[in-house]
Design a binder for this molecule. Sequence first.
Ligand code: GLN
Ligand code: ZN
Length: 769
Amino acid sequence: MAAITSVSGFPRIGAHRELKRAIEGYWKGERNLDEVRRTAADLRARHWQLQQEAGVDLIPVNDFSYYDQVLDTSILLGVVPERYRKLGLGPEDTLFAMGRGYQGEQGDVTALPMKKWFTTNYHYLVPEIDQDTKIVLEGDKPFKEFQEAREQGVAAKPVLIGPYTFLKLARGPQGELLDPDPALVQDLAKAYATILERFIGLDADWVQLDEPYLVLDKERGDQDLFETLYQPILKARESDKGKVRILLNTYFGHVGDCYDQLADLGFDGIGLDLVEGRDENLAALKEHGVPDGTTIFAGLVNGRNIWRNDYAVSLGLLDALHQVTSNVVVSTACSLLHVPYTVADEDGLDADTVRPHFAFALEKLGELHDLAQLADADEDQRRSSKALADNQRLFDGSRVQPDPQVQQRLAGLKDEDFVRTPARPERQRIQAQELGLPLLPTTTIGSFPQTAEVRAERARLRKKEISQEDYDSFIARKIDQVIDHQEQIGLDVLVHGEFERNDMVEYFGQNLKGYLFTRNAWVQSYGTRCVKPPIVWGDISRARPITVRWSSYAQSRTNHVVKGMLTGPVTILNWSWPREDINHKQQTRQLALAIRDEVLDLEAAGIRIIQIDEAALREKLPLRRSDWHSRYLDWAIPAFRLVHSGVKPTTQIHTHMCYSEFNDIIKDIDAMDADVISFEASRSDLTVLDAIQEAKFETEAGPGVYDIHSPRIPSTEEIVDRIHAILKKLDAAKVWINPDCGLKTRGDKETWPSLEHMVAAAHQVRAEL
Ligand code: GLN
Ligand code: ZN
């Protein structure tokens, strides 16, 4: 008999991003709501059917969403701030207003803030709870989708974000942390109890409550909060009307610090991530055991990467589990939302040698099936299993051979390759002389508006409607214009505008050996937006110079300094699908060496300032603080240093980060040993400046003086105020003036006046100094 299988959640955007097209079409006024609803229902039906055909026993419902599952939860629980209710829009439009803001006849509201979902590149909308919030079950989405599935003959497992995670992610109206009052906690528990009662009424078997927040370090009171929430919920699973089973599902890490509590509470099922939290979860299971009435949902199939499952490893884990309990369900380690749809249509990847190594969402269903078959098989049966034999061939070590040159370089690395000399204060003195910049130098983050014209030209090149030469001269013209324009408005350090780049990672990947690209492997990032990360297949090295041509062209057009623009190794890896046969540290080092070659070539070509963007450095910071250094920063920061340690003291190295939440890793950021850093600061409060001051931060800093995420044009006065606020905390000799991020998503209309105001503001404050 095969084991039971369960899927935590399935991608909802559609094989061809049908949901994106439908919803964006509606926003543009090209489709009506009925069409959107129909597309959504079709997608749900198809996805359930696919899972049913693949033999999945516990198929998720309510994992579907028009925008975001956390936003759905807010709406379900009545956590809808008054300003959205007041618009008086229908349910879908209210949801979209919360997700992306609304400006029209009914009013003008901004969207709820958006944050990264744990360590993924998915973003959720932050629930907003204020004093007037009354939590009460208001919606019926989970029940409707459950019934919809049943009408199609699918006995599904409803999935919801659990109350603990919901509350931990919620914030006050100013984004502040909550200290929820007991009445609110009670109401929340009651709402979930009511949800369970409703599901009992509908005759559901399992209800899955996702509690990924449990894999984070606990703060004081967290365990009590969890129990206060769950006692009434657990009580509600049984009534005279029947019974429903609760699966308490965790993922993205381990629950070693609270597993005993979960086990004691008597959940019917506990979902454990045996990919990311493997060792600690297993140890906890062995130490505390599994109560009789509890089933362990073994998260074996990785929902965060696209490589084939190594069945031998998974079966080993299953065998270890079976020593502790016989109640085991074979499950995905987290929702499959974070992987693309299917590898089957990727005809750019060789069908015999490459594609078999990958498993996207559909293929992962097959893996669940295989593992469930093999779970209870005896040794003979396993020996004669074709699925197992085929799988083992993928892992026999012949997939890629190490690149000897790369290996040799890595082996030859010495400590001094990670240290730039002379020390930074000395360099800063040398660079001040060399570059001759004024106080409060003005610059931008790199990209200028990627207008429809630029994208159209790239599309024409792709379709071979124009020649490479035509395209190149188009890019050159754009650079000429943007250089002229920057000179005219009086910026100090210029950029070439990044018009040639489709994306700050893919563009580099295309010029690196060891990378593969997909056609359709989209993954949701936020709302209807998707990303298509490239794949690290083998050892990485630079195939050819990447940015030298356009940077030096731009420099040849002006007497100002032109800043060269690169993406850093940590960000490239974080926004790629990494290999699983070597670790992230090794891959990042390979990338670092490749980008180092580019840095040295840029320097040799006469580029005197080089910016190495690490926009995604914070994204993969481990969820538990005790792992921050040992599992990440201890190699990520040196990798960055390896990129730039070879340049002359006169060459100025910049970096950029798209956030300012680095108060807690400020020393590590300083240890990257860049000469200058620019970062987002315009939207958040300025506490980061206090942190910089306190840490005696050596790196010169350009806290963004205006928000580029909005089309609004800031006035000169408000930027002056901003600079004054900055100078209260930081030494003017170490401050740069720049926007908070690249301008590629903006239009020319707002970009140029905003930059003029920025330059005027810098001049005004300079004159006061
Ligand atoms: N240099 C890049 C740009 O300006 C940086 C992008 C980013 O930080 N995400 O577009
Ligand atoms: Zn940025």
